[in-house]
Design a protein around this ligand. Structure first.
Ligand code: GLY
Length: 424
């Protein structure tokens, strides 16, 4: 099988590793890829316009792809999968219409309402509404404010705050940029990311994971794209994954079929488990980053065959997924200044070892340099969460990048038994 993988982050590096280890994958190409992916795939660094369907189509033809795997949300929401499918390619990733589940938070709310899925109360504010309308809407929420950019923000456009002025300022800046704002009631309880393979009404869950979205230790500081994650979740009851599938993912998949826009690809359910059980914080139309890096580290079933089964519409024929025992942890190394103003172009040393994934890097004259806010991910796998944590931080300590930082408390609360779910 010849595969074209679209994307360039650590999530794509994790996908590339999984595909590289699948004996059925004979050729792996990445558009544009990154210096880490380049060690195991043929990268096409000139193909940076991943949301330009014609560019991706030409490349898929050139490399004679049997399957195109689309990693990021931007090409999915802009309809790259549709153009490739129309040209006869097998594609892992939802259509433009189905990707609206991430592209428009208001669309996602509508689907959830129709499917009877528990989620936060929400109100949408349009860019042409005046400040008085914004203030009146804010009055209907609080004391915890959840203010979302209803455009594509890669998980970074959300501000959760108890400070009304901060909420107001974020809403204003999103509206001034021309995007709608979604105000939501705050959902309490530990967060769960559940990724499901979805093919029409067939839903197959991967292992549940938990992200750490705040920049600094103890969940302080600004929201980021994610600073670390672990899987599975030792504090989640055994039947919890099936419950999320039955109460949330299957009803949504059925609703998408009913609307004539069946989902095919990876549906990411971002949830909070409160007193009433799991409720949806957001859906994404792609694998999550950095949770994917931990989840795929435990997947034993060859990845290419799994993604192909979804793309061919025969997920229902796939044997049960096989997983390694134990835990996996990923920790993000971020550049100085991340997330507000990351410093790039700094030299990286000690990253050339197993368990290191590239997120934002480049190479100049043979020297690895930082090229983004999230620079590298390290992966630790172990029999216990403590072992996985120890391994990940052991690898992290070998890496040097001036001014960089990482959170040393990824999965610490879970390891210490400090997370529990209450209620139903
Ligand atoms: N884990 C956050 C995201 O992928 O959006």
């Amino acid at each position: 099988m010849r595969i074209l993988l679209i994307g360039s982050g650590a999530r794509e590096h994790a996908l590339a590793l999984g595909l590289h280890h699948d004996p059925a994958v004979k050729a792996l190409h990445a558009a544009p890829g990154n210096p880490g992916i380049a060690k195991i795939a043929t990268c096409h660094p000139e193909a940076t316009q991943v949301d330009d369907a014609q560019v991706m189509l030409e490349l898929a033809k050139q490399v004679e792809a049997d399957l195109v795997v689309i990693g990021p949300e931007v090409p999915l929401v802009s309809g790259v999968a549709d153009v490739l499918r129309e040209a006869g390619f097998l594609v892992f990733g939802p259509s433009k219409a189905a990707a609206q589940i991430e592209g428009s938070k208001a669309f996602a709310k509508d689907v959830m309402a129709a499917a009877g899925v528990r989620t936060a109360r929400a109100e949408s504010i349009q860019p042409d509404q005046n400040q008085a309308a914004v203030d009146a809407a804010l009055d209907r929420f609080g004391p915890h404010y959840v203010v979302k950019d209803d455009g594509l923000a890669g998980g970074k456009g959300v501000v959760v705050t108890d400070d009304r002025e901060v909420a107001r300022d974020h809403a204003r800046s999103v509206l001034d940029a021309g995007n709608p704002v979604l105000l939501e009631s705050f959902l309490d309880g530990p967060e769960v990311s559940l990724f499901c393979l979805v093919d029409g009404e067939t839903v197959v869950p991967l292992l549940p994971a938990q992200d750490h979205k705040r920049a600094y230790e103890n969940d302080e500081g600004p929201n980021t794209g994610g600073m670390g994650a672990y899987a599975p979740l030792p504090w989640l009851p055994e039947d919890a994954t099936q419950r999320i599938v039955d109460e949330i993912c299957v009803p949504v998949a059925k609703e998408m079929v009913k609307r004539g826009t069946p989902y095919s690809g990876l549906l990411y359910a971002g949830l909070a488990w409160g007193a009433d059980g799991p409720a949806v914080v957001e859906f994404n139309c792609r694998f999550g980053d950095p949770e994917t890096q931990a989840v795929l580290a435990l997947l034993k079933t060859p990845l290419g065959g799994v993604l192909r089964a979804v793309a061919e519409g025969r997920l229902d024929e796939l044997p049960p997924l096989e997983w390694s025992e134990g835990y996996a942890l990923t920790v993000v190394l971020a550049a100085e200044g991340y997330p507000q103003d990351p410093v790039t172009g700094a030299e990286i040393y000690g990253a050339d070892c197993e368990g290191v994934l590239h997120a934002g890097t480049s190479v100049r004259d043979g020297q690895l340099l930082s090229a983004g806010g999230r620079v590298l991910n390290v992966i630790g796998v172990g029999e216990s969460l403590a072992d996985a944590r120890a391994r990940a931080y052991e690898i992290m300590h070998t890496i040097s990048l001036v001014g960089s930082f990482y959170r040393s408390d990824i999965a610490a609360k879970a390891e210490q038994g400090e997370i529990s779910i209450s209620g139903k």
